[in-house]
Design a protein around this ligand. Structure first.
Ligand code: PRP
Length: 176
């Protein structure tokens, strides 16, 4: 039987909304006159991407890539593979990758490498959260919402064993 994980409120929905609004205004400013292609990294980014794009005053296109890095539980396997590739033509596009969290950075750097090989005219990264204590791969995060402590985070798209993605706030999963 599943044990009941304890959740501790970490980031309230109002704070998340403030960060999303700030990121959207930076993106609106920087991509003025362009038609960026936003690529959400499934599954976790779907909530953030949905909130972000509704505040963009730009002719955006949206696609998704789905990669797998974690098995079940809270420990990364360190290996990334593409489960669902991007269907839109990338060459010559202004591509903005949208992530919910940069943890070790392994997933995001893999995705940036995968997309970079398809020759976009620009390739930038927008991450709602980052966990600097865990970075194993250094990469610039062009648009960052906020940093989070070195805890397992759930809610607002982020899961633990596929649960809790629907929570509107972010929580830290407490050790039992
Ligand atoms: C999470 C998150 C990032 C990645 C970050 O995805 O959405 O894509 O882990 O971890 P890293 O920086 O250590 O690589 P996950 O692989 O859990 O899949 P999901 O988005 O389907 O939940």
């Amino acid at each position: 039987m599943d044990s009941q994980p304890q959740l501790k409120l970490l980031v309230k929905r109002d704070e998340i909304a403030e960060a999303v609004a700030r990121l959207a205004s930076e993106i609106n400013r920087d991509y003025e006159g362009k038609h960026p292609l936003l690529i959400g990294v499934l599954k976790g980014a779907f909530v953030f991407l949905a909130d972000l794009v509704r505040q963009l005053d730009l002719p955006v296109e949206i696609d998704f890539v789905r990669v797998c890095s974690y098995g079940s539980g809270t420990v990364s396997s360190g290996k990334v593979r593409v489960v669902q590739g991007v269907k839109t033509a990338i060459r010559g596009r202004d591509v903005l990758v949208v992530e919910d969290i940069v943890d070790t950075g392994v997933t995001t750097s893999f995705v940036l490498d995968y997309l970079g090989k398809k020759k976009p005219s620009s390739l930038k990264l927008c991450a709602l959260t980052a966990k600097p204590a865990r970075f194993r791969v250094r990469m610039p995060i062009d648009y960052l919402g906020f940093t989070v402590p070195n805890k397992f985070i759930v809610g607002y798209g982020l899961d633990f064993n596929q649960r809790f993605r629907n929570l509107p706030d972010m929580y830290a999963l407490e050790e039992q």
